[in-house]
Ligand binder design. Structure first.
Ligand code: GLN
Length: 291
């Protein structure tokens, strides 16, 4: 069998399973299974697998396994164990939210407005660590911390930060700010910037998400309770004690949460509250200062 024929059979299977990007996914899975670059594939697509590859059978069964998993809607990024985020290759696996393009808007907003590497930065609910990794890589922040409650997130964020952080990092397992307080509930440390992409999907909406998200991504990273705002309320309330005067809070938000979150932040005494849109023109980031 030729490589091209194997690719076509993968496309067919994914198409009949209703996978939207069947061609692209089949191609990427084939490259992964056979450890090929796109150029190598294009040059060798008419070669017979068993003649060209010494381990052809093994690669072929790997590919067929990947296609089977993808046809059951397992996300491509989990099968490939990674994805690109802000131009950086991020490792990811089940148990952490897959880094999304939406979150690049959040990173760009922080980076564009905070060019001083001396600033201290906390990424709360870091998940895969993609935000902290990109901020460290591009912002060169010397004092960067990332926190998450989940064991898996700590493991995966550790891998990504070790690879991408330019000036060191600290990773803390914590239920929001719990591990950042002393025995009298006073902050052990303050920050110039707190950034977060917390769980913000309404519980009732989770059942309507794509099967890739609904069945494979961690609920812990998605579910923002009945109104989707639980973590914004908790983080914004506590962050006031953990920000230096004039410090800034940056959130990723759902497209319809801007107004409600601005109201919450105003009530809590934040100022300079801004809503920033993503490339599709949807509300995606909220920033605010606290004095
Ligand atoms: N943006 C993600 C989604 O729509 C949700 C991320 C989150 O809850 N923080 O699936």
């Amino acid at each position: 069998m030729k490589l091209r024929e194997l690719y076509s059979s993968g496309c067919e299977k994914l198409n009949s399973a209703g996978i939207e990007e069947a061609e692209l996914d089949s191609r990427l899975l084939l490259l992964h299974a056979f450890s090929l670059t796109t150029a190598e594939y294009l040059l060798n697509q008419n070669k017979d697998i068993d003649e060209y590859f010494s381990n052809g059978e093994e690669c072929r069964s790997k590919y067929e396994k990947y296609i089977e998993e993808r046809s059951l809607r397992r996300p491509l990024q989990y099968i490939l164990s990674g994805t690109e985020f802000m131009g950086l290759q991020m490792y990811c696996e089940e148990g952490v939210l897959i880094p999304r393009q939406d979150t690049e808007t959040l990173c760009e907003e922080v980076l564009n407005n905070n060019k001083n590497a001396e600033l201290s930065v906390l990424d709360m609910c870091t998940g895969s660590g993609c935000i902290a990794s990109a901020l460290s890589y591009y912002g060169l922040y010397k004092d960067i911390m990332a926190a998450d409650i989940s064991d898996k997130a700590i493991e995966v964020a550790g891998i990504n930060l070790t690879k991408h952080a330019k000036n060191g990092f600290r990773l803390i397992q914590s239920d929001l700010f719990e591990a950042f307080k002393d025995e009298n509930n006073k902050p052990l440390k303050k920050f110039d910037i707190i950034v977060s992409n917390p769980p913000y999907i309404k519980t009732s909406v989770i059942a309507e998400l794509d099967p890739e998200v609904r069945e494979y991504e961690p609920k812990l990273a998605l579910d923002g309770d009945e109104d989707g705002l639980k973590f914004y309320k908790r983080i914004s309330t506590e962050a006031r004690d953990f920000l230096f005067s004039g410090g800034k809070l940056y959130y990723e938000i759902g497209y319809d949460q801007g107004e409600k979150l601005c109201h919450i932040l105003k009530e809590l005494g934040y100022t300079d509250i801004e809503v920033i849109k993503d490339l599709r023109g949807l509300d995606r980031v909220v920033s605010a200062s606290f004095y």
